[in-house]
Structure formats: structure tokens, C-alpha cells
Ligand binder design. Structure first.
Ligand code: NAD
Length: 464
């Protein structure tokens, strides 16, 4: 009988396992895929970041190196670019295996299914079945890409992000359905590598839910790079046709019905909790209307001894959210008082420039009737960004008027994904804007833009 059985070896599951091992619990992870790491390592964050980085270097070599006095004529070797991605991912997967050994975590290879109280049935790759028992079972089975009615994903011409991370040729024309995180990151990669990319988004903004000013700033930068972004269009259907695909746009107020052809269509309209074959009904767990497994606020499901973390439960579908929940859930199981805090989850979009945000948006504060001040600082006025020719974007800080507490920080700019942890730290310690304005930030760094935005919220930005 294990102390903890974890179903799923992604960022939720493997972090839970490592923490359980650290705390001296006996722990097994059931994972049926060939490699540990889940979507994030194998077909999500990590391969995407690898291609984002490589394609960014290619694009810079093509369009920007000359302005730094470097004359080159780059040639794309897509096979090599994909191979270095695969090699990098393989090393990360090995890293998780190493951490399992270090923390005495057992990897049970196969697909797990709840089989009654404390019991999990595991089906291996050749169909062999075993049953293992655990005092606690943590569900960390993640999510799968969603699709739309009328859109027929054939995984060849109409694909999900999984296939779009491994195209063997640059598609001449790529249509992306959805201007969410996946759509913009994958659209950026293939646009840089030479595709004519059209992004179709139903909402009237990219990244719905993001602070509007920040979303618009990123949208302008992406358009300048050549992404054809069409807002307010609803895709009615997408069907494969003769080695290509046809996308139909529905007629709507001000939008005419239209048919578009592309070599590839990427469906990036969100993800849904993955619970297929998990046997939830055996222990009486009922998913919510979105298919996610509910919990009591402390990761306990309705079934005794069964816990849930990550994409398969409610909340943002982000690896760092799953990691935070993993730590907290295991510490509760181990009887510790957990001090984790997943109240404000930072979001990063790894385009160029990057977008990073935490806390409330301007629209949310206005709707809630909160009296707030806004501090802004443009990267155009940041010396490091100017030196590096990366001046698109700004830092925007939203501050409670009465208390000066920071309510939200929203950024578009060069590598702001590396700056958002500072913003999270400020929120964790309930910082005021003045706390940040009076914190030394090294010069010349892009992080000074955050300090200047804090100063600006009180009317004393010094460098603008
Ligand atoms: P998303 O929910 O972020 O975006 C989906 C978009 O599709 C929305 O903008 C939506 O309005 C649009 N849409 C829906 N139906 C449509 C239709 N019929 N026609 C046109 N547009 C339509 O989903 P995603 O981008 O697929 O990402 C899935 C999940 O993975 C998200 O939770 C995301 O946060 C996560 N993810 C995160 C990162 C990161 O942190 N950098 C990277 C990739 C994915």
C-alpha cells in the first residue's frame, strides 16, 4: 500500500511525486505515455519554447542582424531545427526520471483507472493488468486540445498544437483558429519560418480576458511582423480538401460568409480536462459542466482519499499553477500546514515581444467599481531596450488609490516573462507601488521599466 499514488506524470504529477518523496512518503506515479513530463514537456510548453527561440533567432538573422552590423544570409534547416528541439526535450525528460530516482518515486508504466476505494487498476502497453493500492490517490491527468463543432481534426491538414510542433515542411498558408496563447505562439513560429499566417478569432480582441490596452499593444506588434489577425469572425467549419483544408467563416453582423483555403489549419480554441477512461463513476466523482473534476478548495474530490490538481480541475490550465497545487496538495496529505498561494497566477505569452500579466485588469477594476490609479512606462524610454533595438511595449501598473497597494501588473515587452516573477513577489508581499518605486533596480536593465511604472502611478516617473 503506497502512501500516495499519482495518476499522470506531467508538471502536476511529477512535482507532486517529488514533493511526496522529499517528505518521506512512499509514492508511485502511473504514466502510460512513453515519456514522463506530460503535455508540457513532450507536446506543449517545452517544444514550443524551443521552436519559438529558434525561429526568433532565424527571424532576427534575416531582418535585424544587419542593423547591428552583422551581415549574414541565413538559410532555414527545418529538419535540424526540429531535431534540436527533440534532443532538448529528451534531456528534460531524462531530468524528470533522474529526479524520480533521487526522491524514490516509482514510475508504474501504464494507464490508471480508479477501481474502488484506495485501488487503481493499471493497463500496460501490451494490455497486461495490475492493481495497486494507495492511501491517497492524486488525479493529475491534465488536458487535451478541444475542437469546435464542424471542425474535423484529421491530424494531417487540420491539426492541433501537437502536430503543429512537428511540421516537416513550412506550410505556404497556415490558418490558425483562435487568437489565444497557443494560436499566437504557434502562429508566430510559422510566420517567422515563412508561412503566410491568418489568425481567426471570434472575440473582438486577441487573448480575451487580458487587459485590453496590453492585448492591443501586442496585437500591433504581431501585425507589424506579418501575422494577419482577423477579429470578430466565427469559424463555422473546417474540412480537409485535396491535401489542403477549407475553412468557412459564418456570416455575422458586419461579416460576410467566406471560404478560406490553407495548406494547414491549426485548431487552437482551448483545452478540456482529460478524464477519459479514468473510472470517475466507480468512485462517484461527477465532473462539472466543463468536464473538470471539482474539489473542495483544498484539492479533495467528493471521493474519500481521492485528490485532484492541475488542468483536470478548475482554474487556469498552466504548468506553474499545476506545480503550485501539487506542492500544496501533497503537503496537506503529509499533514503539514501548507503556505502555498495560488491566488494570482502569472500568465506569460512567449511571443516577441512577450506578454506577461498578473492580477486584475483595468476592465475588471472598472467593472468592480474600485478606485485605482494607473502607472505606465514605455520600453521606448528604457535604455536597455533601446540599446537592444527592442522598444515595443510597456509596463502598466494598476494601484489602489486609497491604500497604494498594487492590484495588477500587465506588460508587453522584451522578455517580460522574466520580469513577472518580481511582480508576483510584490503581490505576494502585498507591496504598495511606493515599495516598488523605492526598490533599487540595476541599471541598465529592462526591469527598471517596472520601477518607473510604479513611480508613474504617483506622478513621478523620472525617465519619461
Ligand atoms: P485559449 O482559451 O487561450 O484561446 C482560445 C481562443 O479561441 C479564444 O481566444 C477564443 O475566443 C477563440 N475561439 C473559440 N471559438 C472560436 C471560433 N469558433 N472561431 C474563432 N475563434 C474561436 O486556448 P489555447 O490558446 O488553445 O490554449 C489552451 C490552454 O493552454 C490555455 O489554458 C492556455 O493558457 C494554455 N497554454 C499556455 C501557454 C503559456 O502559458 N504560454 C502556452 C500554450 C497553452
Amino acid at each position: 500500500m503506497y502512501d500516495v499514488i499519482i495518476i499522470g506524470g506531467g508538471p502536476g504529477g511529477y512535482n507532486a511525486a517529488i514533493r511526496a518523496g522529499q517528505l518521506g512518503l512512499s509514492v508511485a506515479v502511473i504514466e502510460g505515455a512513453q515519456h514522463l513530463g506530460g503535455t508540457c514537456l513532450n507536446v506543449g510548453c517545452m517544444p514550443a519554447k524551443s521552436l519559438l527561440h529558434a525561429s526568433e533567432l532565424y527571424e532576427m538573422a534575416r531582418t535585424e542582424f544587419a542593423s547591428f552590423g552583422i551581415a549574414v544570409e541565413p538559410r532555414l534547416d527545418l529538419a535540424r531545427m526540429m531535431a534540436q528541439k527533440t534532443e532538448a526535450v529528451a534531456k528534460l525528460v531524462k531530468g524528470v526520471e533522474f529526479l524520480f530516482r533521487k526522491n524514490k518515486v516509482e514510475w508504474v508504466r501504464g494507464w490508471g483507472r480508479l477501481d474502488g476505494e484506495s485501488r487503481v487498476r493499471v493497463t500496460g502497453s501490451t494490455g497486461e493488468i495490475s492493481v495497486i493500492e494507495g492511501r491517497n490517490i492524486v488525479l493529475a491527468t491534465g488536458s487535451r486540445p478541444s475542437t469546435l463543432p464542424g471542425v474535423c481534426v484529421d491530424h494531417r491538414n487540420i491539426v492541433t498544437s501537437t502536430e503543429a510542433l512537428s511540421f516537416t515542411q513550412v506550410p505556404d498558408r497556415l490558418i490558425v483558429i483562435g487568437a489565444g496563447v497557443v494560436g499566437l505562439e504557434m502562429g508566430s513560429i510559422w510566420c517567422r519560418l515563412g508561412s503566410e499566417v491568418t489568425v481567426l478569432e471570434y472575440a473582438d480582441t486577441i487573448l480575451p480576458g487580458t487587459d485590453r490596452e496590453i492585448a492591443r499593444t501586442l496585437e500591433r506588434s504581431l501585425r507589424k511582423q506579418g501575422l494577419n489577425i482577423r477579429l470578430g469572425v466565427r469559424v463555422a467549419s473546417a474540412t480537409p480538401s485535396d491535401g489542403a483544408a477549407v475553412v468557412t467563416i459564418e456570416a455575422d453582423s458586419g461579416v460576410e460568409a467566406e471560404k478560406l483555403m490553407a495548406d494547414k489549419v491549426l485548431v487552437a480554441v482551448g483545452r478540456r480536462a482529460f478524464t477519459d477512461g479514468l473510472g470517475l463513476e466507480v468512485v462517484g466523482i461527477v465532473p462539472d459542466a466543463r468536464g473538470a473534476i471539482p474539489h473542495d478548495g483544498h484539492y479533495r474530490t467528493s471521493a474519500p482519499g481521492v485528490w485532484v490538481i492541475g488542468d483536470v480541475t478548475h482554474g487556469a490550465m498552466l504548468a506553474h499553477k499545476a506545480e503550485e497545487e501539487a506542492i500544496e496538495c501533497i503537503e496537506i496529505i503529509a499533514g503539514k500546514v501548507s503556505v502555498s498561494d495560488d491566488s494570482d497566477i502569472p500568465v506569460v505569452v512567449y511571443t516577441r515581444p512577450e506578454l506577461a500579466a498578473i492580477g486584475a485588469s483595468e476592465e475588471e477594476l472598472t467593472a468592480a467599481g474600485i478606485d485605482f490609479r494607473v502607472g505606465r512606462f514605455q520600453f521606448m524610454a528604457n535604455s536597455r531596450a533601446r540599446i537592444n533595438h527592442e522598444t515595443d511595449g510597456l509596463v502598466k501598473m494598476l494601484v489602489d488609490t486609497a491604500s497604494d497597494r498594487i492590484l495588477g501588473i500587465h506588460m508587453v515587452g522584451p522578455q517580460v516573462g522574466e520580469m513577472i516573477a518580481e511582480a508576483r513577489m510584490a503581490l505576494t508581499f502585498a507591496a504598495t507601488a511606493e515599495d516598488v518605486a523605492r526598490t533599487i533596480h540595476p541599471h541598465p536593465t529592462r526591469s527598471e521599466a517596472l520601477r518607473q511604472a510604479a513611480m508613474d502611478s504617483a506622478g513621478w516617473a523620472m525617465q519619461a
